[in-house]
Design a protein around this ligand. Structure first.
Ligand SMILES: Nc1nc2c(c(=O)[nH]1)N[C@H]1C(S)=C(S)[C@@H](COP(=O)(O)OP(=O)(O)OC[C@H]3O[C@@H](n4cnc5c(=O)[nH]c(N)nc54)[C@H](O)[C@@H]3O)O[C@H]1N2
Ligand SMILES: Nc1nc2c(c(=O)[nH]1)N[C@H]1C(S)=C(S)[C@@H](COP(=O)(O)OP(=O)(O)OC[C@H]3O[C@@H](n4cnc5c(=O)[nH]c(N)nc54)[C@H](O)[C@@H]3O)O[C@H]1N2
Ligand code: SF4
Ligand SMILES: [Mo]
Length: 733
């Protein structure tokens, strides 16, 4: 395995570009007594700062919307949307507004903490950074000595500005065992679309006339700009067809909603392809010039009539046929939306392949109102020379999926192999900005894995469940208190996002770069050298080929090259597939023993008396850790179990009563919400409750945890989890 990154280290140039410093911030925060977590109460005394408006980027979810922070007397008193910021279209959602509570939250992490009681007992003592980092370095080295450097794993989330430095630490420390959130999120989607188009595209929603969304709840699970564009008035021009076993806010906004039987979307899509090809409605020239495998596809889908599909997905054949015709007629200004969290069932890659193919055959590719390959504004990369270690084995989850991402891994496969110490032991965990206890299905297994660890260190901003079960907890400064690297956000219209501190970091919280630099110093000069730069230098290096980027960012908080989308950029060019064309038939898949075209195989039926558990988000919360934000908590103080009235009547259960939900791997108690917004064979609960951590004081003891109930099924092509294959019993509590 090659661990040597030899991209010609350009440190001299790197330093040389950093002539001017970034706008200094140096504001102090106004005093306020905060509730401390198992540390001494300490009032925060601060100086009054001046009044300023600061451009920055929201950090409450993946979208990084443009923000103007209104700082008055040294405190952030309000966050407003940046109207110049194209991606978020001048919007800041409820969570974005509530972001300022991260800074002033009494529950936030304030000091480095070292565990003193049993793991999970919640007994901590406040430590200095020196002591905490000495301990982390000592433990990392001890584990490396005993189990090789692969014995320490590194878990983090995707798409956070500072994550670069954490991943750099993993590489320089010498562990191949990084695991990241795509394996719980969109890795199967990326795989399915990339196998077809060579890339995972964006959707030109604003200019589309016909959109089909399957399990993509854009009105609640917000993705910018898609969520805003989808809601934008269009004079009735655009039609939205929505498939979801639940009546979500997106269903409420849709022209047609179909409560599809979960796990059967592929039948719906294959039947659409059957109709479009069978009735000659496909884009003939486009298919002839731009795709491979059309004849094989035409023969393959003959078996998939709408009448056949109706038996599986429970959507009337006449509707499938009509939707297919309307879709083809509106094309190429039509799109079957790729979606985001693709972790539905264990055939998810093939479902996403089918979705990509239906777009391809109507010519919805690189065209106005269709799927559009992403553009990106290049920034210079920070190169470094990672130390070389001879004795490091390969990833523990190697070969657990056909196309496993080297960087992202597979959370559930990795966890299984750690539990079995197969083929070697992992005894240390470094966690940055991930709450795996909540986000990886089958919490009992996660807890068992953590129990097996000799050492766990978590870097967070609050006492998440993962932090609660760690040995050392390190407080990062929140996104409103730190300077982050620039981030280039790809899309139909790409932008560069900018995050600068609005107020001084409170208590002893520090940014990730500082933490990594100071840990690196304790791990040896070779690693420390790779971190020998300042954030200023880093940012100036990022824009060294185009200094205008930073000038614009300082002036208006966003940088973009164009405001209108460009189309046809791939026309006449080779795509990044094996054939260089859109692959309706995948030779690559065939060569790996996979279905070269999507084949529908029915999933297990819900056993009598049980329900399928569905996972999904709401507009108030981001994943599992914002339910404790006081502003958002008001909107939903605990979660409830959605159950259809028919099912409730059969079980003799009434609205509001506490119920026990039980799966093969766990159980929970929460309040029943009888609602016809869900199919009678499914139940649903919001994510983020039923926490273990008493450090989440507003929600501790409230609701139930979906991760405790979900069984871990693996999507075998991408290594993603399959989240909707769990059946539960519901009974009075
Ligand atoms: N049961 C269930 N599981 C799921 C999902 C679901 O809906 N239900 N969704 C899946 C999906 S799509 C995804 S993307 C994953 C996401 O799951 P994760 O990758 O675990 O991400 P989050 O749950 O957002 O956890 C982020 C953690 O970072 C902390 N944090 C926030 N800001 C900062 C910061 O600035 N610095 C640091 N150091 N920490 C910070 C938060 O407090 C939190 O503990 O979960 C997946 N798992
Ligand atoms: N407010 C908010 N916005 C977010 C996030 C957040 O946490 N909060 N997280 C961001 C992230 S990381 C992601 S990945 C995206 C997720 O964005 P989405 O993938 O759109 O969000 P989810 O709500 O997880 O899932 C979508 C829907 O799938 C439905 N569903 C379940 N099974 C099936 C099925 O078999 N077929 C069909 N057709 N539908 C099914 C569920 O009922 C749910 O309503 O949201 C992003 N935006
Ligand atoms: S969608 Fe909301 S939470 Fe996410 S970045 Fe934008 S404003 Fe922040
Ligand atoms: Mo996600």
């Amino acid at each position: 395995m090659s661990r040597l990154i030899d991209k010609k280290l350009s440190r001299r140039r790197f330093i040389g570009t950093s002539t001017c410093a970034l706008a200094g911030v140096g504001l102090a925060s106004q005093g306020r007594v905060l509730r401390a977590l198992a540390t001494s109460e300490e009032p925060l005394s601060g100086k009054l700062g001046d009044n300023r408006d600061v451009f920055t980027a929201c950090g409450m979810c993946v979208n990084k919307c443009g923000v103007i922070a209104r700082v008055r007397d040294g405190r952030i008193y309000k966050l407003d949307p940046n109207p110049e910021y194209l991606k978020s279209r001048g919007m800041l959602c409820a969570r974005g507004n509530a972001g300022l509570n991260q800074v002033y939250d009494p529950d936030r992490l304030k000091y480095p903490l070292i565990r003193v009681g049993e793991r999970g007992e919640g007994k901590w003592r406040r430590a200095s950074w020196e002591e905490a980092l000495d301990l982390v370095a000592k433990k990392m080295n001890e584990i490396a000595e005993k189990h090789t450097r692969a014995g320490v794993m590194f878990a983090s989330t995707e798409g956070t500005f500072q994550e670069h430095f954490f991943l750099q630490m993993a590489e320089c420390f010498g562990s191949p065992n990084t695991v990241r959130h795509p394996t719980l999120c969109l890795s199967s989607n990326i795989q399915g679309f990339s196998a077809t188009f060579g890339t995972y595209p964006s959707a030109d929603i604003l200019n589309s006339d016909y959109i089909i969304m399957a399990g993509a709840n854009r009105s609640e699970a917000l993705l910018t700009p898609d969520s805003i564009d989808q809601l934008k008035g269009d004079g009735g021009r655009r039609k939205l067809v929505y498939l979801d076993p639940r009546f979500t806010k997106t269903a409420a906004k849709a022209d047609e909603w179909y409560p599809i039987k979960p796990g059967t979307d592929m039948a719906f899509v294959l039947a659409m392809i059957h109709v479009i090809i069978g009735e000659g409605l496909y884009a003939k020239d486009f298919v002839a010039t731009t795709t491979v495998g059309f004849d094989e596809l035409a023969a393959h889908v003959q078996q998939y009539s709408p009448e056949w599909a109706e038996q599986h997905c429970q959507i009337a054949a006449a509707d499938i046929r009509r939707v297919a015709r309307e879709f083809a007629k509106a094309a190429p200004k039509a799109l079957f939306y790729p979606g985001r969290r693709s972790s539905f069932a264990d055939d998810d890659v093939q479902l996403r392949r089918a979705m990509a193919i239906v777009n391809a055959i109507v010519g919805s590719w690189d065209t106005e109102g269709g799927l559009v390959p992403n553009s990106v504004i290049p920034l210079s990369k920070h190169d470094y020379l990672a130390p070389w270690y001879d004795d490091v084995p390969e990833r523990i989850d190697k070969d657990s999926a056909v196309f496993l991402s080297e960087k992202d891994g597979s959370w559930t496969a990795m966890r299984d192999r750690i539990l079995a110490a197969d083929p070697y032991a992992i005894k240390g965990m470094m966690v940055y900005k991930q709450n795996l206890v909540m986000s990886v299905p089958n919490r009992a297994k996660t807890l068992k894995m953590m129990k097996q660890m000799d050492f766990i260190c978590t870097i967070d901003i609050c006492m998440s469940d993962t932090a609660w079960l760690s040995d050392v907890v390190l407080p990062e400064a929140t996104y409103l208190e730190r300077q982050d690297p620039l981030e280039s956000l790809s899309g139909v219209v790409p932008v560069v996002a900018f995050r600068q501190p609005c107020v001084e970091a409170m208590f002893e919280s520090k940014p990730c770069l500082w933490i990594m630099q100071n840990l690196a110093k304790r791990l040896g000069s070779e690693i420390a050298e790779t971190f020998d730069f300042t954030m200023d230098e880093h940012i100036h290096h990022q824009v060294s080929k185009n200094p205008q980027i930073l000038k614009d960012l300082k002036k208006k908080g966003v940088y973009y090259l164009k405001v209108e989308p460009s189309y046809g950029l791939t026309q006449g060019k080779r795509l990044k597939t094996k054939s260089g064309k859109i692959e309706l038939y995948s030779e690559n898949y065939a060569s790996k023993g996979l279905d070269p075209m999507p084949v529908f195989r029915p999933h297990a039926e819900v056993p009598p008396g049980k329900f399928r558990l569905l996972v999904g988000r709401n507009a108030y919360f981001t994943h599992g850790t914002t339910a404790n934000n006081a502003f958002l908590h008001e909107l939903m103080p605990e979660n409830s179990l959605w159950l259809n009235p028919q099912a409730a009547q059969k079980l003799g259960l009434r609205n509001g009563q506490p119920v026990k939900v039980k799966s093969a791997v766990g159980e929970g108690v929460l309040r029943l919400e009888v609602t016809d917004k869900i199919r009678p064979d499914c139940v649903y609960m919001a994510h983020g409750f039923g926490v273990l951590s008493k450090g989440q004081s507003l929600i501790y003891g409230r609701g139930a945890c979906d991760a405790a109930l979900i069984e871990d099924a693996l999507e075998p092509i991408s290594g993603n989890v399959a989240m909707h294959q769990t059946f539960v019993d519901v009974s009075p509590a």
